[in-house]
Design a protein around this ligand. Structure first.
Ligand code: 5RP
Length: 230
């Protein structure tokens, strides 16, 4: 699974603190990535120890579903749930207002559905993810046949689109939904809400990785604790 600048201990502290928020009887959105994975494992341990009962996880990707199975977190599918109590998910970048760039694991389409539906969406991160202004490339999940037209629109919007390819393979990364990913560098994103609206309005874009105003809290794991931001 993809790892980034933070340490495993920082990620684990943030994720385990978030997992502590979950109570028996709740439905939990299970994010994708190396930080969210620590939360899934913590939930699995709590279920096994009998500390959590009647908890169901809603996976955001094939990878998080497999991990939940391995960790012993009971699952239900996204189309079976009417509400999600808590979602715990990682992020590639978090700005000073709590806006996010997600999709480093190409799972942002389902992550956005789950995270937006949650009564409480908690982002788990390490300090390397924090930025005053978002400036990482924004992943766009696109219909394969629309790739060229979407790239042209990204160009018009001032971005530089690059088709994501798998390591050591020539072909493009294919998402769980059968689509491609364009990583689009817009430089510093001064108005994430406006860019989000423009990208959402682009035909062929299945979903983009800007999560504007969705997160309720961010737990940032440090070397000696957790910094909780609301
Ligand atoms: C997957 C994501 C991940 O949450 C994001 O890439 C962060 O991953 P990690 O915790 O491994 O740094 O958005 O689509």
């Amino acid at each position: 699974m993809k790892t980034t600048g933070g340490t495993d201990d920082q990620k684990r502290r943030a994720a385990e603190r978030a997992a502590d928020l979950v109570s028996s009887g709740e439905t939990v959105g299970l994010g994708t990535g190396s930080t969210a994975a620590f939360a899934v494992r913590a939930l699995g341990r709590a279920v096994e120890a009998g500390e959590l009962e009647d908890v169901f996880g809603v996976a955001t990707s094939f990878a998080s579903r497999e991990l939940a199975r391995e960790a012993g977190v009971p699952l239900c599918s996204l189309d079976e749930v009417e509400c999600i109590d808590v979602a715990i998910d990682g992020s590639d970048q978090v700005d000073a207002d709590g806006n996010l760039i997600k999709g480093g694991g190409a799972a942002h389409a389902r992550e956005k559905v789950v995270d937006a539906a949650a009564h409480r969406f908690v982002v788990v991160a390490d300090p390397s993810k924090l930025a005053e202004t978002l400036d990482r490339p924004v992943p766009l999940e696109v219909l394969p046949a629309a790739r060229t037209l979407v790239s042209a629109r990204v160009d018009e919007l001032g971005g530089d689109p690059v088709l994501r390819t798998a390591d050591r393979k020539d072909g493009p990364v294919v998402t769980d939904n059968g689509n491609f990913v364009l990583d689009c560098d817009f430089g510093a994103i001064d108005d994430p809400a406006s860019l989000s609206a423009d990208l959402s309005a682009t035909p062929g874009v299945v979903e983009h990785g800007l999560f504007v105003g969705l997160a309720d809290e961010a737990y940032v794991g440090t070397d000696d604790g957790v910094d909780a931001r609301t």
